[in-house]
Write a protein that binds this ligand. Structure first.
Ligand SMILES: Cc1cc2nc3c(=O)[nH]c(=O)nc-3n(C[C@H](O)[C@H](O)[C@H](O)COP(=O)(O)OP(=O)(O)OC[C@H]3O[C@@H](n4cnc5c(N)ncnc54)[C@H](O)[C@@H]3O)c2cc1C
Length: 451
């Protein structure tokens, strides 16, 4: 069977769905092909005991993320603040402290070191964010080194470097050695600085979506109705200047004048394009691997840490579960702690048997919050590297020399092919906001070409 439309969108994550919605509003005939049996991609709601939804994928939104905040409003959804009242726990090496506000208690030398390194990172990030990163001042110098190399030159204490490793794992779900320093600066700049990336109140983790963040995608798909086709992985895209033919695994084909490829770069590389894509585009996607994260939500009868004056936020430079936050649903029960095994910790823990990994996570929670953390009523984990149609999270990053050599191929259309997805955003790349930005951009690229 063959179907003809103006635009076929590959991928029903936020990027593809936003593109489809804008295109439909602009009068285009659109079909969205989604490989999974659900929409949302990296957004997914699980279920807690009692039935409340819990996010096992992307979840928080925060100030400055105007695309997603507008979308949430347009879809009639609401947000509520992440619980942050009380003291946070910080473990840096062997020293543990409890603190309120933004700055953990630590050795003043280390604190000063972190402060000066963050100042330098923010300054470079501002310059990089002011244009395309490959055009930034000192772009080549930054792109020729890993973020780790840059940090070793910039942070002078072991404690300072350990802090930035923890931050890199929490923000990129990768290690500083993995990525280009230019990519790190671009990412930080796109968020307006390091603080907006790492903070809950006032930052990217400030708010949650009532009903779970996958609702954004579910509502968009509801609007699009039968234009969204599930269980439809695109395997082959045959293209020429006059149009495209997208083949689904089942052998069904869709003909279209334009195609939006709204999947992460490593997955775009798994689609067979005929004729083959230009070398620059292929070289770029060969250099953009996904980060790696296992997200765990651990539920308790009640949020017992709140009664002890704790916010539920905990960080450690040494524990595999390096970042934890309170993820209790709006109703206040059950109590939920969400934790992340990121980068190298995801590597190690994914190789464990389920029981061993669960025990590791619970041990870390007991270490942070005491013996009451020993007996959860539910343990919900998702290893995103195991997902056939994500192959890692939170997003892709660029390795050294990728952006300066091939960066322009990130967004540049190839004939009738247009590239969306959070990794193609100019701001908040890797976030839901970036996905929405990219969806709007491709629709703006395509609509004038259809008339
Ligand atoms: C554990 C976790 C925590 C996160 N936390 C946050 C957070 O708190 N805040 C935040 O803003 N962001 C967060 N993110 C990141 C955020 O979820 C993503 O940036 C965003 O959802 C990406 O949307 P997208 O549309 O670009 O890509 P995706 O959501 O990956 O969508 C791509 C879609 O394409 C489909 N697909 C793939 N290949 C094919 C094919 N060949 N044919 C058809 N369909 C295909 C996939 O199934 C998927 O549905 C998190 C992500 C994870 C996994």
């Amino acid at each position: 069977m063959e179907k003809s439309v103006d635009v076929v969108v590959v991928g029903a994550g936020v990027a593809g769905l936003v593109a489809a919605r804008d295109l439909v509003e602009g009068g285009a005939d659109v079909l969205v092909l989604e490989a999974r049996d659900r929409v949302g991609g990296r957004l997914l709601n699980g279920e807690l005991p009692g039935g409340a939804p819990i996010e096992v994928g992307g979840q928080w939104v925060g100030p400055g993320q105007d695309h997603v905040l507008t979308l949430i409003k347009e879809l009639g959804l609401r947000t509520y603040p992440t619980y942050v009242d009380g003291e946070h726990i910080a473990e840096f090496g062997s020293s543990r402290s409890q603190y309120t506000g933004r700055v953990p208690k630590m050795n003043p030398l280390v604190l000063a070191d972190i402060g000066q390194a963050q100042y330098r990172l923010d300054r470079i990030a501002r310059q990089v964010a002011a244009s395309d990163p490959w055009r930034a001042p000192r772009a080549e110098e930054l792109d020729a080194q890993t973020f780790d190399t840059w940090l070793r030159k910039t942070a002078h204490t072991a404690g300072g470097r350990a802090f930035f490793r923890l931050v890199t794992e929490a923000v990129f779900s990768a290690e500083p050695e993995d990525m280009s320093a230019l990519w790190a600066a671009f990412y930080v700049g796109g968020a307006g600085g390091l603080d907006p990336l790492i903070n809950a109140a006032g930052g990217a983790q400030q708010d949650r979506v009532v009903g779970g963040t996958q609702r954004i995608a579910l509502e968009l798909a509801e609007e699009l109705g039968d234009r969204v086709v599930l269980d439809a992985p695109a395997t082959d895209i045959e293209w020429e200047t006059s149009g495209v033919r997208v083949v689904r695994r089942s052998g069904l084909t869709v003909r279209a004048r334009r195609t939006v490829v709204a999947v992460p770069p490593p997955l775009a590389a798994r689609i067979r394009f005929t004729p083959g894509l230009p070398g620059d585009r292929d070289q770029l996607v060969q250099r953009m691997p996904m980060g790696r994260v296992i997200k765990v939500n651990v539920a308790y009868g009640e949020p017992f840490w709140r009664h002890a004056g704790l916010s539920g936020q905990a960080n450690s430079t040494d524990r595999p579960l390096g970042t934890v936050l309170d993820n209790t649903p709006l109703g206040g029960a059950p109590g939920v702690l969400v934790g992340f095994l990121e980068g190298r910790h995801a590597d190690t823990c994914s190789r464990m048997e389920f029981d061993e990994r669960r025990a590791q996570v619970i041990n870390d929670l007991v270490g942070y919050f005491g013996p009451r953390a020993r007996n959860p009523i539910a343990y919900i984990e998702r290893d995103w590297a195991e997902e056939e149609y994500s192959r890692g999270c939170y997003g892709a990053f660029a390795v050294p020399n990728a952006l300066t050599r091939f960066g322009p191929a990130l967004r540049k259309p190839v004939g009738p092919l247009h590239w969306a997805g959070t990794e193609t955003a100019t701001k908040w790349a890797g976030y839901i906001d970036g996905a929405a930005e990219s969806g709007h951009r491709v629709a703006d690229e395509i609509l004038p070409k259809l008339s």
